[in-house]
Structures are given as structure tokens and as C-alpha cells.
Write a protein that binds this ligand. Sequence first.
Ligand code: FRU
Length: 469
Amino acid sequence: MNVMKATLLKEIEELEAEGKEALKEDQWRMEYHVMPPVGWLNDPNGLCQYQGEYYAFFQYSPFHPEGGLKVWGEYISKDLVHWEYAGVPLVADSPYDCHGAYSGSAFTEDGMLELFYTGNIKYEGDYDYVNTGRESNTIYTASKDGRKFGEKECLMSLKDYPKGYTAHIRDPKVWKEKGRYYMVLGGRKANDQGAVILYASDDKKAWRFQEEITTREPFGYMWECPDLFEIEGEKILSVCPQGLRPEKFRFQNVYQSGYFLLEDGKECEQKEFQEWDMGFDFYAPQTFLDSRGRRILMAWAGLPDLEGHYHNPTVEMGWQHSLSFPRELSVQGKRVLQWPVQEIESIRRASVRIEAEQEIPIESRSFDWEIEGMQGEFSILVDAACRLTWKDGVASLAFEGDAGQGRGCRKARINQVRDIRILADHSILEIFLNKGECVFTTRFYPKERECKVKYQGKAEKSNLWILKK
Ligand code: FRU
């Protein structure tokens, strides 16, 4: 192990040990969501199933709850519900990634877990950091046991990427199709247009540029974290565009995250872009295929550059952010539905019937609440603080008081709501309308230890399960 790596790992271990004690009493830590042991978390990386276990790596800055030098943290799970922290497999210790081991993906084949990620380099000096002053390398490293990774190899750097791009090119996602390997990278073109660059390879090491995928007119200046996959024959391109103008019912966050259905031979149509999530806290999703053939999505339940928007008070406790709970994807018409993976049901404990108009105290802040057979307008309250309503074709999620920490209201157009499912876990709510046709993810910070819920409206059934630790 090189000296730089050993020094960083030692420092991280110490910070994590201190954090473990300090965070024991933190009421906003969650029970079944992936969180940083200490410090800052952003994108999910390298999601995969390898030798029967699920892997969720993540962008991790253990040094500060508001970000900083990025390394990769790692969680492993047998069931997508119980996650065990497995330490820091990648640090920023090579000439290719010394200012950050940025986002990337995993590929598993022939008994190896291989990672492809972006090595970030930033020069000190007077640069614009768009066209100059930075480098972004596509790096490869592999492991036999999923924990210890070998030598880092730089596969591509700025000189290798297509012409007409700025130095913002990153976040490789790799997959195999009909015996060939493919990679997409997200980028910012010189004309400030976001785009995806598609590569192909026969050996995962030498990559040949295939084509650029973008919209006819610029749709944001940069596309981060691309992912390209198929469900039931539909090709789906997921990207995170930056620089879209907010609209009344769309693009309400600082950056967006959504998908295009790509029809063969057709361009990526900007009018067909659909947002993954309409809540306050969702970005940088990544998907993977598991051994049961499920396409599973996990995202960062957070956003970058929130200053002046809203706040996460866990910063004062020394940590910030989490991943979303894994969601299984399916296609219905021209939409992708998202639904919590079925394993969540294995931790359902007592069930409570919630009658309309009654405020019911819930003994735990981790629960799974399903309301079915709804008709007409409704209003749902979690504590007095967070209200979900539907009326006249618009669903809205609004906070009153302190618990939202500056989060106001998010709105989505949806013709009719037939059912709702709310997954709660202390400081996160993931709300699924119509079996995942529309989703709202939000963080929130209630002070009271006990939760109260209430719904007003007409429903056939409403059951809430307490989830066990
Ligand atoms: C998205 C992102 C990625 C980048 C990573 C750095 O949130 O900006 O594009 O690789 O975060 O942490």
C-alpha cells in the first residue's frame, strides 16, 4: 500500500471511530437506508450483485459533512435491506485521481468485480475549471473479493475524448450487450450543451468512440451520471441535466434527474424527458440488473449546491445525506414505474389500521404505509409538518414549520391518484403514487420522537406497518 493511501485510510478510520460514538444518539440517523458513517455522502456508485451479495459503493467525504475530497465508501448486503459497512476501497491516491475518486460503475464477469470511475484532477491557479484547469480520467480497477482492489489503470484522459467538449466529462457506466462492452460518459460540450458519449470495447480496456447522444436543442449545459439500459425491450437513457429553467410543475430542484425513452433511430427528444422524482432530495441515480432479472435503481437522496435553498441540520452532528431505498423499475406505456424492492416486507412488524380523519400516533419513525382505493381529493399528514395533497390534477408535497429546514412546496401533475405508499425512516420520506408512476423523495427533520399520521379523503384500505430494526 502506498504511503498516501495508508495515511488517508488511517485518518478515515479515526474519524469513523469518533463518529460512531457521537452519532449513537442522533435521532435523524436511519434504520434501513445507506448513510455515510461520518461526513458527507453523494452519488451511489458501482451498484451490482456479486457472488450473491449486493454492493452499494458511494461518493464519500469522511473529512467534512459539507463535502471535500471524494473517496469511495462501500456497503454490502444480502437482501438490500440490511447493509454492512465495508470500509473505503478507493482513495484519491494516484496521479490520475489525486483530487477525487469521482463517480462510476461496476461490472461483474469471470469471478471479478471491476470498477470504472472518473479520476478528478484540479490545478491550482487562475482557470475557468470548465475548459481549463481540470482533467478527468477514466480509470479501471478490479477485485476478486469485492473489498480489495488492485492497481489503477488509466484507460482514457482528456486527449482521448471526442472534440467539441469541455473538460467536464465523467461518470462511466459500463455494460455488456450481444458480446460487446459499452460505456456511457456524461459531458458538457463546448457550446454549453449536455450530452452523453457512447463507447464500445471488446476487452473493457481499449474503448472506441461510437456516437454522441443528445437533444437537438441544448437541454441543460451538462449531463451528469448517465445510465443506459433496457427494460422489456424499451431503451432508457437516464441523465442528470444541469441548467434547466424551473417550471411550475417541472424542474423545481437546483439540478434535475430523469430519463428519455430512446426509440431506435430516433433522436433523444427533449419533450419526452421525464423526471425520476418530484421531491426535494433526489439526484444521480444509478441502476443495475440483479440475478433475478430485476432492474434496480438507487439514488442520492440529496442534491449538490443547496446553499440558499434548504438545509440538512445533521451537518451540525457531523454527517449529511443518504441513498434512497432500492427501487425496482418496470415499464408501463411510456413511463417507468419505481417501486420499493419487495425485500422491505421482510422487516414489516406490527400493522396498524389508519382510519380516515383520525390522528394516529406511531411508535416508530420507520414505517411502510399503504393507502389503496382512493377516490377524489385527499390530504395526508406526517406529523403536523409535512402534507401531501392531491386536488384537480395536481399532487403537492409541502412543509410547514421547521421540520423541512427551508423546504417549501413541490408540485407534480397527475390526473388521478388511486393509491399511495409512504416509506418513512426517521429523516426521510419516499412517497409513491399509483404504484410508482410519480415519486416524491424528501428529507425532513422532526424534533418529536413520536410520529403522528393522519389522512383525509376516501380510501378503501389503509394499513401501516412498523418496520423493525
Ligand atoms: C454528481 C457528481 C458527479 C461526480 C461526483 C463527484 O453528483 O457531480 O458528476 O462524479 O458527483 O462527487
